[in-house]
Design a protein around this ligand. Structure first.
Ligand SMILES: Nc1ncnc2c1ncn2[C@@H]1O[C@H](COP(=O)(O)OP(=O)(O)O)[C@@H](O)[C@H]1O
Ligand SMILES: [Mg+2]
Length: 211
């Protein structure tokens, strides 16, 4: 399916990497959107899931990549936690929620929901590369990337490796400490010379119920 928007970045991920950085992976995706925050529990995975579902409902081909390697929640949120990606000889099929919404997550690769992933940076970087290069995403209009809190390995790696990164959505709750850390996330994205597409102030329901 073709994207209907006017702006059509190069389909192949051939954009050259800035000097000293690893080369971008080759994959067919028009828009990669990162969802990040300074803190955990502020609504990143919820926003990522809703954003991906909304774009898919509008007929776009969407991939949802759960890069919260230590706390992958996307499969649970979409009710697909019992599914497993089909493993082919050199690649893997993402789990399809609908014909045009596909998901990949560390949760699919773990033996059970309580197994922790105890990995250092280089192992995470290797799996992120595999999630981009060795998953049969097909031709995507959007790849929505749900990140763990903060500005660590996962955020840096995806920003460096993925082609056509259009920017980031920064999610925060209204508390001072969450906003303080969200500002760091904004500065991180600016340092990577990417645009902040939006900030999502996530007012949790319990606050409005109890205030
Ligand atoms: N609109 C909402 N109102 C209240 N709680 C919500 C809402 N959306 C999500 N939550 C809950 O808030 C918690 C954090 O959301 P999540 O998206 O997992 O955050 P993060 O990915 O930033 O850690 C989850 O328990 C989720 O169920
Ligand atoms: Mg999350």
């Amino acid at each position: 399916m073709k994207a209907k928007g006017k702006e059509k970045p190069e389909m192949k991920g051939t954009s050259p990497a800035p000097k000293g950085l690893p080369p971008k992976v080759t994959m067919n995706v028009r828009h990669v959107i990162l969802v990040l925050s300074g803190k955990g529990g502020v609504g990143k995975s919820t926003v990522s899931t809703n954003l991906a579902s909304a774009l898919a409902a509008h007929g776009r081909n969407v991939g949802l990549l759960d890069l919260d390697i230590h706390g992958p929640n996307i499969p649970k949120m979409l009710g697909i936690e019992d599914q497993r990606p089909a493993v082919l000889e050199k690649s893997m099929e993402p789990v399809r929620v609908t014909g045009n919404l596909a998901v990949m997550s560390m949760a699919f690769l773990l033996p059970d929901t309580s197994s922790p992933v105890i990995w250092r940076g280089p192992m995470k970087m290797a799996v992120i590369r595999q999630f981009l290069e060795e998953v049969n995403w097909g031709s995507l209009d959007y790849l929505i990337v749900d990140l763990p809190p903060g500005t660590g390995d996962e955020a840096l790696t995806i920003a460096q490796l993925a082609p056509n990164v259009q920017g980031a959505v920064i999610v925060t709750t209204p508390q001072d400490v969450a906003v303080l850390d969200a500002v760091k996330a904004v500065k991180f994205i600016e340092k990577l010379e990417l645009p902040v597409i939006g900030t999502n102030l996530f007012r949790l329901m319990r606050e409005s119920v109890f205030s």
